[in-house]
Design a protein around this ligand. Structure first.
Ligand SMILES: *Cc1c(COP(=O)(O)O)cnc(C)c1O
Length: 226
């Protein structure tokens, strides 16, 4: 990475942090209540290091294998990094996921609840989770049905998982605001305090509607290769 590219990454981060603070203030919220997760999927270690060098410590990946390839070395240099799993998770990757990540945003079915609970017990490592909701009821998307939320929360509790909030990705082609509002309402109904919602194109809207965790990739790193 050249010095120019590195300066660009610093500038992009500053700009986003400024927009987050402004959106939070407009919503009457504390900027410190919103976490910026830098989504580093498809980015190489050099690109990620520029953000680490800029002081950023919260990152998100969507694949266990890719995270396992990149993060042990990065973490050796930056041990206070917090790593979030934001992609669909197969139950047979639960062991690796529990070992690697500090938070899982994609809990969405009973088999995954069981697999993660078992691994957290075995590794004696409890990590907080978000229940992912398929908020636009799209067949191709991850996340549970809206109607399944109460049952899954109850199941997670039975298995001793700590579910701290709800996560969703609204439909691509629609105004995201009503979906964010619906997710916030669902979370409130279940007394869940955290909301993982908002990406590069809509994180300010998400913050105005209550997001506590925004997941931003492109706006920080530039366009992803196709
Ligand atoms: C890739 C991804 C993001 C980041 O998307 P950008 O549009 O690049 O900000 C956020 N959330 C999830 C679940 C993702 O897979």
């Amino acid at each position: 990475m050249t010095e120019k590219e590195s300066n660009l990454a610093h500038t992009a981060r500053k700009e986003i942090v400024g927009k987050i603070e402004k959106a939070a203030r407009i919503a009457g919220r504390k900027p410190s209540d919103v976490r910026l997760i830098a989504v580093s999927k498809t980015r190489d270690s050099g690109e990620i290091r520029t953000l680490l060098e800029a002081g950023h410590r919260v990152f998100g990946e969507n694949r266990v294998q890719e995270a396992a390839d990149k993060w042990p070395a990065l973490r050796a240099d930056y041990p206070d990094t917090e790593l979030h799993m934001i992609g669909q998770l197969q139950s047979n990757k639960a062991a690796d996921a529990v070992a690697l990540f500090d938070c899982i945003h994609s809990l969405d079915r009973p088999s995954l609840i069981k697999a993660l609970a078992k691994e957290m017990d075995r590794q004696e490592r409890k990590i907080p989770c978000f229940l992912q909701v398929n908020i636009g009821e799209e067949p191709q998307k991850g996340g549970c049905d809206i109607a399944a939320v109460p049952k899954l929360l109850e199941q997670a509790r039975e298995y001793g998982l700590s579910v701290i909030g709800l996560m969703a990705v609204p439909p691509d082609d629609a105004n995201p605001a009503p979906y964010f509002a619906l997710l916030a309402k669902l979370a409130g109904d279940h007394d869940l305090k955290q909301l993982s919602m908002g990406m590069s194109g809509d994180f300010e809207t998400a913050i105005k509607l209550g997001a506590t965790h925004v997941r931003v990739g492109t706006a920080l790193f530039g366009p992803r290769p196709a």
